[in-house]
Ligand binder design. Structure first.
Ligand code: 5AD
Ligand code: SF4
Length: 439
């Protein structure tokens, strides 16, 4: 029997899909590359923006015919979209061929739900449960990198964001459990560990024994062997000097921070409930760069939040130039039902949002080009990640600062550290050649 998983959204979902794959493999399903050939099709969904959601509904709808042709095929919808209020009912009514609907905290019910569905019993479960990572065998797909959850959920309630409603309150995994998982991954040959959380910097606030994010970073970075440690996402209000100092003291922790700013206007940040000002943010960037001169900082930025004036937007453009991000994920604000910003006045017309995002992308592109040009002629240690399927016979990997580099080498070198000389830069993409291989 075969399975096919459609994954939408962020790294959290990519990693959840590895857990889903592990559960299905325990039930003797094998991965296949075409949805049409699958005995079970999973939609691991995202609802952060309306466009993502509409696309997913379209994709689920397209399965109706396939299911008619293969009545024994099972269809699962899980992840953030199904956790939203009323969505499970909507799916039951509009897409009755869906067999299983699970929320973000119900993966521990997947195994039984599949067994029941094989006997034609539907399952809908979208309540918050606590599950143990340790209960799952994961089927990892991202070697040489391994994703590791450290905390789930979010308590920040940014006024535009649906995540706290669909992923629940913050829960941290015990440090000892995370350490056991990481040790096993390193013993299995993984070369890069990426710690995942909606807000990694608040890791441990809910744990009884004072374990915090810097303690976690230290205890992993002190493990033996050559490997890289990364983490995402950091909330600017919680990134402490202590964490910056720990990154600086441990070479295994990459000088690479994803630090979503969202807006460069203090007034918009206030209405987003981000709890920092433009000045706080810029001074944090300054602190980071003082301690970590080679750091790569990336960000998320939104345009068209309700009430955003031309001046607010220009403040964002100005901040982008000052912060010098190596790259930025830029989004058009999307109205999410159930969030405070949904009912704010002065929603921005779509044409204005479009025009602003075009200007923002051009502005960031100029910064990225400048940073890339400065890298030409320099050498960087790169972890070979695998083939870059956009180009023929090309492999790729990342610098410590997180920049993607393309180069030629044998596919078997995946998982090795090499030194690459940067020869060319085409906007965000760097091209180079290997000058030294791992001993
Ligand atoms: N509209 C647009 N972008 C959003 N994000 C979160 N909520 C919304 C929304 N309603 C963006 C933020 C966040 C990233 C993961 O998605 O920039 O950092
Ligand atoms: Fe959403 Fe804000 Fe939480 Fe990030 S910190 S998940 S943007 S509410």
């Amino acid at each position: 029997m075969k399975y096919y998983i459609n994954t939408y959204g962020c790294q959290m979902n990519i990693h959840d899909s590895e857990k889903i794959a592990g559960i299905l493999e325990e039930l003797n399903y094998h991965a296949c590359s075409k949805q049409e050939e699958a005995d079970i099709v999973v939609f691991n969904t995202c609802c952060i923006r309306e466009t993502a959601e509409q696309k997913i509904y379209g994709h689920i709808g397209m399965l109706k015919k396939l299911k008619q042709a293969h009545p024994n095929m099972l269809v699962v919808v899980c992840g953030c979209m199904s956790q939203q209020e009323g969505v499970a009912d909507k799916i039951r009514t509009s897409y009755p061929f869906v067999d299983i609907i699970l929320g973000t905290s119900n993966l521990n019910s997947l195994k039984q739900a599949v067994l029941d569905a094989q006997r034609r019993k539907c399952c809908v479960k979208v309540d918050f449960e606590l599950y143990n990572e340790e209960d799952f065998v994961q089927s990892r797909t991202s070697y040489p990198n391994a994703w590791v959850n450290i905390n789930y959920g979010c308590n920040n309630f940014c006024t535009y964001c649906i995540v706290p409603y669909v992923r629940g309150r913050e829960r941290s995994r015990p440090l000892a459990d995370i350490l056991t998982e990481v040790k096993k991954l390193l013993a299995d040959g993984y070369k890069e560990i990426t710690l995942l959380g909606q807000n990694v910097n608040s890791y441990g606030h809910d744990l009884p024994n004072g374990e915090d994010f810097s303690a976690l970073l230290k205890s992993i970075a002190e493990l033996d062997g050559k490997f890289r440690l990364r983490f995402m996402t950091s909330h600017p209000k919680d990134l402490s000097q202590e964490v910056i100092d720990v990154i600086a003291s441990y070479p295994k922790i990459c000088d690479n921070i994803h630090l979503p700013v969202q807006s460069g206007s203090t007034e918009i940040l206030r209405r987003m409930n981000r709890r920092y000002t433009r000045e706080d943010y810029l001074s944090l960037i300054c602190k980071i760069r003082t301690k970590l001169p080679n750091v790569g900082i990336t960000t998320d930025i939104m345009v068209g939040f309700p009430g955003e004036t031309e001046q607010d937007f220009e403040d964002t453009l100005d901040l982008v130039q000052k912060a010098r991000y190596s790259s930025a994920f830029c989004f058009i604000y999307s109205r999410r039902k159930g969030t405070p910003a949904y009912s704010m006045e002065n929603q921005i017309p779509y044409e204005v949002k479009r025009e602003r995002i075009t200007r923002l992308l051009a502005c960031q592109n100029d910064v990225t080009k400048q940073i890339s040009a400065e890298m030409i002629g320099k050498q960087f240690e790169v972890l070979v990640e695998g083939a870059n399927n956009h180009y023929k016979n090309t492999m790729c990997g990342r610098t410590e600062s997180g920049r993607l580099v393309n180069f030629k080498c044998d596919e078997q070198m995946t998982g090795q550290f090499v030194t690459v000389l940067i020869e060319q830069a085409k906007s965000a993409t760097l091209w180079g050649k290997i000058v030294t291989e791992e001993e």
